[in-house]
Design a protein around this ligand. Structure first.
Ligand code: HH2
Length: 275
């Protein structure tokens, strides 16, 4: 999944694609680089961000979604927590709703998803973008995130959304400490036990900056490492800014892993060492 932020203030690419023509061009570039999904957003959700009114969000994203729909076969997701924005984006050609609140911020979101037949990404977040990084605390972060996602899948299903249309996401950086993020990235297989594909958004996030002591502009290599680890750990989808670089790295990693699982190099050669 390639990120396309049409915002003035996103933490990494804020302002770069604010011009609609530049945004469409970037979307087509992501598609040419092999994006299965282009995730279009008109509201930054970085820690401390203020909400954007629905009208402004639509003004930013709808022309870009409509233009991309005409020019690419890649799936388009809309990164929004507002049902009104999601509905308009779907009418303009989007295929998937990416709701970082998992349908909690707007009671109309799950009914809109149910009516439309769109795909739905349900993400875990503690609090809101404004408050989420104020001293987050969990007894058992994996168990709590998993229970939350299970409950949101059930809520979506009881609104009439088929399970098959749902993708789940632990919400890296959304109300999590540095350690929580690492624990979750090591536990994606446990989340995948819920029976739905796991998406992770690791791209250029703060935990990479914490490890390397580097700003967002300098976090490409860290993003690639986190992407490969996420795939090994159980992720099915990765939400990234640098699609071309990450896709190349992940393709190599997956090719090595698929060969390895069919034909372990030590099979038949090594015996337990008994003294
Ligand atoms: N992360 C961001 C935004 N949307 N959606 C999902 N499903 N998962 C994520 O991890 C996720 C997301 C934050 O990244 P970005 O869009 O680059 O920044 P900003 O919120 O500042 O626009």
């Amino acid at each position: 999944m390639g990120v396309l932020n049409i915002t003035p203030d996103s933490f990494y690419d804020g302002g770069v694609y604010f011009d609609p023509a530049r945004a469409v061009e970037r979307g087509l570039e992501l598609a040419a680089d092999g994006a299965d999904i282009i995730d279009v957003g008109g509201e930054s959700t970085r820690p401390g961000a203020d909400p954007v009114p629905a009208g402004e969000e639509q003004r930013r994203i709808l022309p870009v979604i409509a233009a991309l729909r005409k020019k690419t076969k890649a799936l388009i997701s809309v990164d929004t927590t507002k049902a009104e924005v999601a509905e308009a984006a779907l009418a303009s050609g989007a295929d998937i709703i990416n709701d970082i609140s998992a349908g909690r911020f707007d009671v109309r979101m799950l009914p809109v998803a149910a009516r439309s037949g769109a795909g739905l990404i349900l993400m875990h977040m503690k609090g809101t973008p404004k408050t989420m990084q104020i001293d987050p605390h969990y007894e058992d972060v994996v168990a709590e995130v998993k229970a939350f996602l299970r409950e949101r899948i059930d809520a979506a299903e009881s609104c009439g959304i088929q399970r098959e249309r749902i993708i789940i996401d632990p919400g890296i950086g959304f109300g999590k400490t540095f350690e929580d993020n690492l624990t979750l990235l090591n536990s994606l297989a446990s989340l995948a036990e819920l029976g739905r594909p796991v998406l992770v958004g690791i791209s250029r996030k703060s935990f990479i900056g914490n490890i390397l002591n580097l700003e967002a502009q300098e976090r490409l290599e860290g993003t690639i490492a986190a992407a490969v680890v996420s795939v090994i750990s159980g992720a099915s989808l990765l939400r990234v800014h640098d699609l071309r670089a990450v896709k190349r790295a992940v393709t190599v990693a997956e090719t090595i892993l698929s060969q390895g699982s069919r034909n372990l190099p030590w099979e038949g050669h090594l015996k337990p060492h008994v003294h």
